[in-house]
Design a protein around this ligand. Structure first.
Ligand SMILES: *Cc1c(COP(=O)(O)O)cnc(C)c1O
Length: 756
């Protein structure tokens, strides 16, 4: 009897055949739990990485864990024997929405790679009960609801014995530690994701949607990721959350280091703390506080922390560089504010000629990035261009002081989830063509020689078609939308933000609609997929979604157009959706305003799955373009240095572009008669005015070239042999973007962990 059968028998006293998908899921989860707990952790190794992050967008774990344990195929075959489909069973699992987008997904890919490389490293974060939020569309508008994922019985959380007390002004909270095992691919050890939860959490205080009393910290602290911080109470809750996470996390770091043999004076030999953006930056004063509490002199404690903490910067949007009013910190965590003031004083004394690097500014606000750079030993950007921009403009003053701290670590994606799991047909085809070694070394370059091989091209086209069909079925099931699989699949999926310029894709869609109306019918139908959540307080992002939903309705209802063009807005875009969309996509939309996207990782997933990039020279798309060349990617738009100087000189005037007739026609459509007849005038007017009067992210500067290059691309698609040769080129050069490579780089340059 196989082990799954044993579990089903023990748990439900029945056979696999008699079990429901939910029961089989439950049995599989228990089986995987047991198998993973047999694996030792890496804690026998002296030095350990703690990856502190407010977000871990881990996605569903069942199939990933089965794959990493090396039993996916066996389990799938056994289920099939009894007429059960493993993909139906995967559907039972709730996806935790413990992240926003790229930054959180990166953290999840990193954990997978750290385990796969056998390194000793855990993730540290918070156990948000309702995640970010669940996105719903009603009346073509975004609504938000809580996103429940913790079921008690059938989730991956394991309550540990550990709890820590976290002190606040006048009261204390208790942080309970939950672990999720992180298995590496074909590894005989495991690491963990350590999530702290508030012991006094009360899910019952959430009312309609995602509303709750933000002041009721004793009951709300781990309910949501990034509760709306557009008001002061929301900002205060963010401080509470961040401090709760880092205080509990820092206690864990110290206790475990002592267990591994540290006397704390030598902490930096035992632990390295990587902080994922500034959200965990308060770990710096907190570690200093805890070390002094445990008998270490202040100066030495500072020195220890300087050798323990490393900082990753994720964005050059100044709005995202966190700064907290000292008065607020004093109200919430008065025991660390004297430390922050002293850290600030020392740097002001040491670098009087560098006022831009002050931790505490003239308005008495503490800058989390400044503190992290001064008191961390490493600062890294997440793509070559991003790191260059940090050095030459955003963090230039810091770079002058600490050139040796700055380094680049171009992001990556785990090939387990983003091809083996999500695109098994392509993965197996690669095995057949180039052998299986790519599964462990990520080297796909041997595939390049098949560029002009007609049989390989035909097979790739068939695989793409199968993946389109899979997506079509999934869409119908998930959203009740029908689409034609014999279309070009053109996809932009990511958080909705003006810098990512979904509004430029909107203008393209308007162009295409009008063009088809005018009789220019495309040879192959085009489907534009748009997916992404908009922050609840971000009005323009909501309006962009509304405009897309409205346009989609117009196009659907227009019988001259609807056979040739469809716009599909995906509801509640998440990791599971990405896993279905990316393998089915032909055109990867990476159209951010150059200089604004730090890296992007969606761009890498698409490349690996045989989509061709249509993009600006921004983030890691620059590196994609360098790898595949201009013949195998479609690049347009102004360059980052031009954009940066436009911002510096205030040189962009939207009116200069709006008055161009071709542009005016598209922008005017947004709140024109047809749109207003289907949508809400106030939202559409507001989006129109945003573009015409501000256009802060310069949509109109690139729109004409974007349309032209995209039309060229659509035409090129018709030569399928040439198109598929580009697909081969993209897949064959995607190895660089494996997160195993990224983590190898982090370890070589920053962490110095013992590898297997
Ligand atoms: C990869 C991924 C992202 C990041 O996408 P970008 O295009 O790099 O912004 C966001 N959300 C999910 C669910 C992802 O899988």
């Amino acid at each position: 009897m196989s082990s799954l059968q044993t579990y089903v028998k023990d748990k439900f006293n029945q056979t696999i055949k008699e079990s429901s998908d939910a029961e089989l899921y439950s049995a599989l989860l228990e089986m995987v739990h047991d198998k993973s707990r047999e694996l030792p952790t890496n804690d026998d190794k002296k030095r350990k990485l703690y990856y502190f992050s407010a977000e871990f967008l881990i996605g569903k774990l069942l199939s990933n864990n089965l794959l990493n344990l090396g039993i996916y195929d066996d389990v799938k075959a056994e289920l099939a024997k009894y007429g059960k489909d493993i993909t139906d069973i995967e559907q039972v699992e709730n996806e935790p929405s413990l992240g926003n987008g790229g930054l959180g997904r990166l953290a999840a890919c990193f954990l997978d790679s750290i385990s796969t490389l056998g390194l000793n490293g855990d993730g540290v974060g918070l156990n948000y009960h309702f995640g970010l939020f669940r996105q719903l569309f009603k009346d073509k508008l975004q609504f938000t609801d809580k996103d429940e994922w913790i079921t008690g019985e059938d989730d991956w959380l394991v309550r540990s014995q550990t709890s820590y007390t976290v002190p606040f002004n006048n009261f204390e909270l208790s942080a309970d530690l939950y672990d999720i095992d992180v298995l590496g691919y074909q590894q005989d050890t495991r690491n963990r994701l350590r999530l702290f939860d508030l012991s006094t959490i009360n899910e019952g205080i959430v009312g309609d949607g995602i509303n709750f009393d933000k002041k009721d910290v004793i009951q709300n602290l781990t309910l949501f990721l990034y509760p709306d911080d557009s008001d002061h109470d929301g900002q205060m809750l963010r401080i509470f959350q961040q401090y709760f996470m880092v205080s509990a996390g820092a206690q864990l770091v110290l206790d475990e280091a002592v267990e591994r043999g540290s006397n704390l004076h030598d902490l930096a030999d035992y632990a390295v703390v990587q902080i994922n953006d500034t959200h965990p930056a308060l770990v710096i004063p907190e570690l200093i506080r805890l070390l002094t509490e445990r008998g270490i002199e202040f100066d030495e404690a500072v020195h220890i922390v300087e050798n323990t903490v490393a900082f990753t910067n994720h964005t050059i949007l100044s709005e995202a560089l966190e700064k907290w009013a000292m008065s607020d910190l004093e109200r919430i965590v008065p025991h660390i504010t004297p430390i922050i003031r002293e850290l600030d004083r020392r740097m002001k004394e040491k670098y009087p000629q560098h006022p831009y690097t002050n931790i505490i500014d003239l308005q008495d606000r503490a800058h989390m990035a400044s503190m992290s750079i001064h008191y961390g030993f490493s600062v890294n950007g997440v793509a070559a261009l991003h790191t260059d921009i940090l050095k030459s403009s955003e963090l230039r003053a810091f770079y002058e002081i600490y050139p040796e701290k700055f380094n680049n670590k171009t992001n990556g994606i785990t090939f387990r989830r983003w091809i083996m799991d999500s695109n098994p047909e392509l993965a197996m085809f690669l095995d057949k063509q180039i052998g299986k070694s790519w599964r462990t070394d990520s080297d796909l370059s041997k595939f390049l020689k098949f560029k002009d091989n007609k049989k390989v091209q035909k097979a790739l086209q068939d695989i793409k078609q199968d993946n389109k069909q899979r997506l079509v079925d999934y869409l119908e099931e998930r959203q009740g939308i029908k689409v034609n699989p014999n279309s070009i699949f053109d996809t932009q999926i990511k958080r909705i933000h003006e810098y990512k310029r979904q509004q430029m894709l909107l203008l393209y869609a308007i162009h295409k609609y009008k063009d088809i109306k005018a009789g220019n019918v495309p040879q192959t139908p085009l489907i534009i997929f748009l997916g992404g959540k908009a922050a609840p307080a971000y009005t323009t992002a909501q309006n962009i979604l509304h405009a897309f939903l409205t346009l989609a309705e117009i196009v659907d209802g227009d019988k001259d157009v609807n056979e040739h063009l469809q716009i599909v807005v995906l509801e509640n875009y998440d990791v599971s959706y990405a896993e279905k969309l990316i393998p089915a996509t032909d055109i990867s939309e990476q159209i951010s305003l150059a200089s604004k996207e730090a890296s992007g990782t969606g761009n890498m997933k698409f490349m690996l799955n045989g989509a061709v990039t249509l993009g600006t020279l921004d983030g890691a798309t620059v590196e994609i373009n360098q790898l595949v060349g201009d013949d195998n990617s479609y690049i347009f738009g102004k360059h980052s240095n031009d954009i940066i100087s436009l911002y510096e000189t205030n040189g962009y005037n939207p009116q200069d572009y709006y008055q161009t007739p071709e542009i005016k026609e598209l922008v005017d459509f947004i709140n024109g008669e047809e749109m207003v007849a289907h949508g809400h005038k106030d939202h559409l007017d507001s989006l129109y005015h945003e573009i015409v009067s501000k256009d802060f992210f310069m949509t109109m500067i690139d729109i004409i070239e974007y349309i032209k290059v995209k039309e060229d691309m659509l035409e090129d698609y018709e030569d399928q042999s040439h198109w598929t040769s580009m697909v081969v080129e993209n897949i064959g050069r995607a190895g660089y973007f494996s997160s195993d490579r990224t983590i190898g780089d982090y370890n070589r340059d920053i962490w110095h962990l013992e590898s297997k």
